[in-house]
Design a binder for this molecule. Structure first.
Ligand code: PEP
Ligand code: MG
Length: 544
């Protein structure tokens, strides 16, 4: 038995087989070839396989997510047959006498750059499509092609690190747990694990990855951050007992379903849930959340290979609103950038991405993207009780601009005869120190604040949330953060706005009493923490 230790980011025990996550790295070597015709035949064969794969994916997408969403695979099939693209591959093989993989990779780079340089956002997005189809052909050219996710059956997925885009691409039904060699507890991958109620351990170290093999039995203890590989019988027995006890405790918490979030002295608070997509709704309902306090809408963009259309977004937002049957649903507009990168946005590489072009900064400079999302949100608003929230706010002028775009969108919908609700609440995230400090100026402009403690901590303490080496300096209970939250709460209430907390700190039950004393109106946590926080609230007495 080997034992390793990292940091647990979701408390639960998983027992199962290891699957080492294989990232599809297509390193293409240039080799000289003699037989040009044979090389061209290889390309034809790889294209045939790619075409069949795309047609299968298209059929599956058509059945599962409808025609609009499936269309992208049809476009990929058309691109496979594009004359210019194919001529370029053939001519590189003929003139440079190089292998097919190299010719496809070079063509891909040339075409991708050409698309990326175009003015039109739609054409720019084709750059990612060319790379996508070219990678598929290259994968099918090589006999040792790797599985994108490397996961089959129910597995403990072990990786060096997982980007949010990789995490969302995993088949969640088959993931028992995540273990990563690197990573930090406030990274979006850790947050995703919590949202999915999946035991997860991060920062186990590199040795772990070198030691483990696919198919080995392992135990993940998300409470202690320990992972046992090839456990002995004694450990297996003990951990099976721990797993059963945990399940029992979680069952007991289920008895709190339907009960109020009220302290012993009668103070009430709302407990909502955070979600990353429509898939999480089941967990929200199961755990009896009073609403959705944060729908991270960017995951819709991360899951897609192109900008989600207004109709696609409308379907997703409508589904969430209808499922919540009149309970509040707060959807945050796109928060792309920093660690959440999407190929088709073609964002430049930045020295300091967390301080860079992200979230509202993208939306305010790319009105096409912003307006599409707002149109979908307002159109969905007739199906439930919607709040729209804007991330990464630092100034009054940003909120003024946002409100002007919202008014423009509503006006356009009215002119087009499309329905929307007039009762949509507008709120902003308080996740920069600037927003907290000027919360007296911002509060009169909005209906609510929601404190994003993950970013607020990062920016207040100058601690990169992605960097595991400085986690010990990243004191989320730091008085500076708690004072900023208190300041925002006071300013919200003085101006008739309400205030919630939707960062990970909202689920920290050692702070529940402090948040209640601050007058926080709502705590929004991963679905699996709703009942735990309810339990804490019901055992708190503010009169003491
Ligand atoms: C936060 O920053 O606390 C937050 C809720 O947003 P995200 O974690 O998605 O950046
Ligand atoms: Mg944030």
């Amino acid at each position: 038995m080997n034992k390793y230790k990292g940091k647990g980011v979701y408390g639960a025990v998983a027992i199962g087989k290891i699957s080492v996550y294989k990232r599809q790295e297509l390193s293409v070597k240039r080799t000289r070839i003699e037989d040009v015709e044979a090389e061209k035949k290889r390309v034809e064969r790889a294209k045939e396989i790619s075409n069949q794969e795309l047609s299968d994916i298209y059929e599956k997408a058509l059945r599962e997510v409808g025609e609009t969403n499936a269309q992208i695979f049809e476009i990929h099939m058309m691109m496979l047959e594009d004359e210019d693209y194919n001529e370029s591959i053939s001519s590189i093989i003929e003139t440079q006498l190089v292998n097919a993989e190299y010719a496809v990779a070079l063509t891909s780079d040339n075409f991708a750059q050409m698309f990326a340089a175009m003015d039109d956002a739609y054409m720019q997005a084709r750059s990612a499509d060319v790379k996508d189809i070219s990678n598929r052909i290259i994968k099918n050219l090589s006999s040792d092609s790797t599985n994108m996710n490397g996961v089959t059956g129910k597995m403990i997925v072990c990786a060096d690190d997982l980007a949010p885009s990789e995490t969302v691409a995993l088949d969640k039904d088959n993931v028992l747990a995540f273990v990563t060699a690197y990573g930090s507890s406030n990274s979006h991958t850790a947050i995703l694990a919590r949202n999915m109620n999946i035991p997860a351990i991060i920062g186990v170290g590199e040795d772990f990855l070198n030691d483990i093999k696919d198919g080995e039995l392992a135990i993940v203890d998300g409470f202690t951050g320990e992972i046992y590989v090839n456990p002995d019988d004694e450990t297996l027995d003990a951990m099976e007992r721990k797993q059963a006890e945990d399940n029992e405790k979680k069952k007991l918490l289920l008895e709190l379903k339907g009960k109020e979030n009220v302290t012993i002295d009668g103070t009430k608070i709302k407990i909502f849930a955070n979600i990353g997509g429509v898939d999480n709704i089941g967990a929200v309902l199961l755990n009896d959340a009073g609403g959705i306090g944060l729908f991270r809408s960017e995951f819709l963009y991360l899951e897609n290979s192109d900008y989600p259309t207004e109709e696609q977004q409308l379907i997703a937002y409508r589904k969430v609103l209808e499922s919540m049957a009149g309970k509040k649903v707060i959807i945050r507009t796109l928060d792309i950038g920093a660690d959440k990168q999407v190929d088709y946005f073609n964002l430049d590489k930045e020295e300091n991405p967390a301080l860079g072009y992200r979230a509202i900064r993208i939306c305010l400079t790319r009105p096409d993207i912003f307006k599409t999302q707002l149109r979908a949100l307002y159109r969905a608003s007739v199906y439930g009780n919607l709040g729209i929230m804007f991330p990464m706010i630092t100034s009054v002028s940003e909120v003024e601009k946002i409100k002007a775009v919202c008014d423009e969108v509503k006006m356009e919908l009215k002119e087009e005869g499309l329905e929307y609700s007039e009762n949509v609440e507008l709120g902003i995230m308080i996740e920069t120190p600037a927003a907290a400090v000027i919360s007296d100026l911002l509060a009169p402009m909005v209906d609510f604040f929601s404190v994003g403690t993950n970013d607020l901590t990062q920016y207040t303490l100058a601690c990169d949330r992605q960097n595991p080496n400085i986690e010990s300096f990243c004191d989320t209970h730091h008085e500076a953060i708690l004072r900023l939250i208190q300041m925002a709460a006071d300013n919200a209430h003085k101006n008739g706005a309400w205030i919630g907390i939707c960062g990970e700190l909202a689920a920290d039950t050692s702070l529940t009493e402090r948040f209640l004393r601050m007058g926080i109106d709502e705590l929004s946590v991963s679905p699996g923490f709703v009942l735990k926080v309810r339990n804490q609230v019901r055992n708190t007495d503010l009169a003491k």
